[in-house]
Design a protein around this ligand. Structure first.
Ligand code: RFL
Ligand code: PHB
Length: 390
């Protein structure tokens, strides 16, 4: 097989890039290791910055998001018995975020790819990029006993944190920066009315908690748990009881509980791989960087990678201009690191660290006190949360 751009990974990053390039007449093939049902079964992001929403519209995939997604102009931080609101709209100069699940937007992207007869190959086993430094790279995968070869101009590594693309960059070229946090998030999805119309990030000495939602009938809640905990350790009853303990009394009293329809634990990690280009391989999204979910930045960091790559590829194919491709890694990493800083800061301010000393706790309290006493500090939080410009 032959294509212009071979994309490894059929998550939101890979599908979005494939769709955008297709609309500009650039041919792609997407190779996804899992089945479509599996990809759509993963419950992940819920908050989209306006830049991501704009890309969805440009990809002609924004219709359902604009109809069913909710615009959120603010969120609450509960701490020290107070419920302080961050007015995103006011402090970001009129911007907001969209609450629309990653599952739904991935479904929309798959449907668009099908509609336009895009090639997305599922259950592609042993995907392997080759000859990345040459002008004729290729990718192989296994379909049962058959090994299939795809010749291409460029390979995009959009295969998430555990993918093969980053690992195909030689060790002496790649530099990895990583920070592991000593806890994870236990998440529960339930078909219940959300406790609050806006998200509540709750700091509590027993551990952080988050009240989020997917729609007015679908709630998503998280609690901080030790890394040693497993999903089996947490019955639905135990989860709801612990969540209630960490929420302000008036919120806990209103919480509607129900059976969980999904329950999973995600460890918290900050990670960046540099550079994001190796020869004709370009990394994008979680393949190159991971943030703890506290600042809702993960998918949104992927959005700027896709935006830069999309424009760079179009300039290359339409005008023979490769400046965008040459500058990709540097440009993408500049924004990636700002999202890293913001996610680390939100995580550090709101979680309970098992090894923290009294001094650290005082600083956390002071961070919150300063935040809610300074319009400039709120402005900084708001501009990062709604998304820095691409
Ligand atoms: P993905 O979604 O991991 O997709 C990569 C795809 O590549 C496939 N793959 C392979 N395919 C072929 N060959 C191989 N060798 C392959 N290896 C892997 C995988 O099967 C998969 O389908 O990466 P992508 O597309 O870059 O998207 C990134 C986002 O998924 C991620 O950043 C967000 O979900 C992070 N995140 C959040 N981001 C936000 O912006 N806002 C949020 O509110 C938010 N909440 C979250 C989150 C992530 C969470 N978890 C579970 C980590 C909440 C949680 C709990
Ligand atoms: C979610 O709804 O899954 C979600 C929302 C906000 C975050 C993280 C996750 O910061």
């Amino acid at each position: 097989m032959k294509t212009q751009v071979c994309i490894i990974g059929g998550g939101p990053s890979g599908l979005m890039l494939s769709q955008l390039l297709h609309l500009k007449g650039i041919d792609t093939i997407v190779l996804e290791r899992q089945s479509r049902e599996y990809v759509l079964g993963r419950i992940r992001a819920g908050v989209l910055e306006h830049g991501f929403a704009a890309l969805m519209r440009e990809a002609q995939c924004g219709e359902r998001m604009d109809k069913e997604g909710e615009i959120h102009d603010g969120f609450i931080i509960a701490h020290d018995g107070k419920m302080d609101r961050v007015d995103l709209h006011k402090y970001s100069g009129g911007s907001s975020v969209v609450v629309y699940g990653q599952t739904e937007l991935t479904r929309d992207l798959y449907e668009a790819r099908d509609r336009m007869k895009g090639v997305v190959i599922h259950n592609a086993e042993d995907v392997q990029p080759h000859d990345l430094k040459s002008a004729n790279p290729y990718v192989t995968y296994r379909n049962g006993d058959e090994v299939v070869r795809i010749d291409c101009d460029f390979v995009i590594g959009a295969d998430g944190f555990h993918g093969v693309s980053r690992k195909s960059i030689p060790r002496d070229v790649l530099k990895e920066y990583e920070k592991l946090y000593p806890f994870g998030w236990l998440g529960v999805l339930s078909r219940t009315k959300p406790v609050s119309p806006e998200l509540i990030y709750a700091k509590h000495e027993r551990g952080f908690a988050l009240c989020s939602l997917r729609s007015q009938v679908l709630s998503r809640y998280y609690i901080q748990v030790p890394l040693t905990d497993t999903v089996e350790d947490w019955s639905d009853e135990a989860f709801w009881a612990e969540l209630k303990r960490r929420l302000p009394a008036e919120v806990a009293a209103k919480l509607i509980t129900g059976a969980s329809i999904e329950k999973s634990i995600a460890p918290l990690r900050s990670f960046v791989a540099e550079p994001m280009r190796y020869g004709n391989l370009f990394l994008a999204g979680d393949a190159a960087h991971i943030v703890p979910p506290t600042g809702a930045r993960g998918l949104n960091s992927a959005a700027s990678d896709i935006y830069y790559l999309y424009h760079a590829m179009v300039a290359h194919y339409q005008n023979g201009d490769s400046t965008g491709l040459d500058k990709y890694s540097e440009k993408a990493l500049a924004r990636v690191w700002k999202a890293q800083r913001f996610s680390w800061w939100m995580t550090t301010m709101l979680h309970t660290f098992p090894d923290s000393i009294a001094y650290d706790q005082k600083l956390q309290d002071t961070d919150l006190a300063y935040l809610f006493s300074s319009e400039k500090a709120l402005g900084s939080l708001a501009e990062n949360y709604v998304g820095l410009p691409f």
